[in-house]
Ligand binder design. Structure first.
Ligand code: ADP
Ligand code: MG
Length: 243
């Protein structure tokens, strides 16, 4: 069986205007792919299409996860198949604590009913790994979190849910240089322990000082303009997206 997430010839419309044109690339299990491109290139559109956001109309192509066509599945079904997306701007859910949110999601994704004390143990060890204060558990989801805390809350989900394929949409946005370093180091630690295929979406190069991709895909005006290894990213770092 092929352990990879394949994006095959995907085109997509929003409100009848075409945003993505014939996108082809794949994320192998255990590998890191970086998707780069200027603002408005269509990067977040790709992540929305992968997760099945109903606002995005797929007009051609298929999404295939470990050999299974998942193009038309609902978002929650895709999540159960092992697809995870971290939002560029994580939503604040006031009134719902992190513990409740994470436990409910955990149970739903795993079709289980983990006992509270057992879940707390799991949560505690993962939070310690991320250097998150215990108080964090009782706070409302993303409510008043700093930029770095929001990103760590996303990484915490990644650790608890152990998805097969992970889409990180601008996990570096809203962070200063030290914040990017910290989040990258945590991500590297997580990936060293768990086999996941990762798509890192960024319009900024800083994160590539800390995370070494196996391949790089460059998007421009809704189309792939270049693919290759780390050298493709280095070229962009030197001369920008427009050479
Ligand atoms: N919900 C939407 N409604 C209308 N146009 C959208 C919507 N989302 C994105 N677009 C358009 O699609 C294009 C790609 O946007 P996006 O995928 O967010 O780019 P990126 O993430 O690369 O900055 C842009 O021209 C943007 O204006
Ligand atoms: Mg975006």
């Amino acid at each position: 069986m092929s352990n990879k997430l394949e994006i095959k010839n995907i085109s997509c419309n929003i409100n009848d205007s075409q945003i993505l044109k014939n996108i082809n690339f794949e994320i192998e299990s255990g590998k890191v792919v970086v998707l780069m491109g200027p603002n408005g290139a269509g990067k977040s559109t790709i992540s929305n299409v992968l997760m099945g956001n109903p606002k995005y109309e797929v007009t051609s192509g298929n999404i295939v996860l470990d050999g299974e066509d998942i193009t038309d599945l609902e978002t929650n079904e895709k999540a159960k198949k092992g697809l995870f997306m971290s939002f560029q701007n994580p939503v604040e859910i006031s009134g719902v604590t992190m513990t409740n949110f994470l436990r409910t999601s955990y149970n739903s994704l795993n079709n289980t009913n983990i006992q509270l004390n057992e879940f707390m143990k799991l949560l505690k060890s993962n939070m310690e790994e991320l250097g998150l204060d215990a108080k964090f558990r009782g706070r409302f989801v993303n409510s008043g979190f700093s930029g770095g805390e929001k990103k760590r809350a996303e990484l915490l989900q990644l650790m608890l849910f152990e998805p097969k394929y992970v889409i990180l949409d601008e996990i570096d946005s809203g962070l200063d240089v030290d914040g990017i370093k910290l989040v990258s180091e945590m991500l590297n630690k997580i990936l060293a322990k768990r086999k996941m295929g990762v798509l890192i979406i960024t319009h900024y190069n800083k994160i590539l000082e800390y995370i070494k991709p196996d391949s790089v895909v460059v998007l421009k005006n809704g189309e792939i303009s270049k693919t290759g290894g780390i050298e493709v990213a280095q070229k962009i770092l030197e001369s920008g997206f427009n050479e």
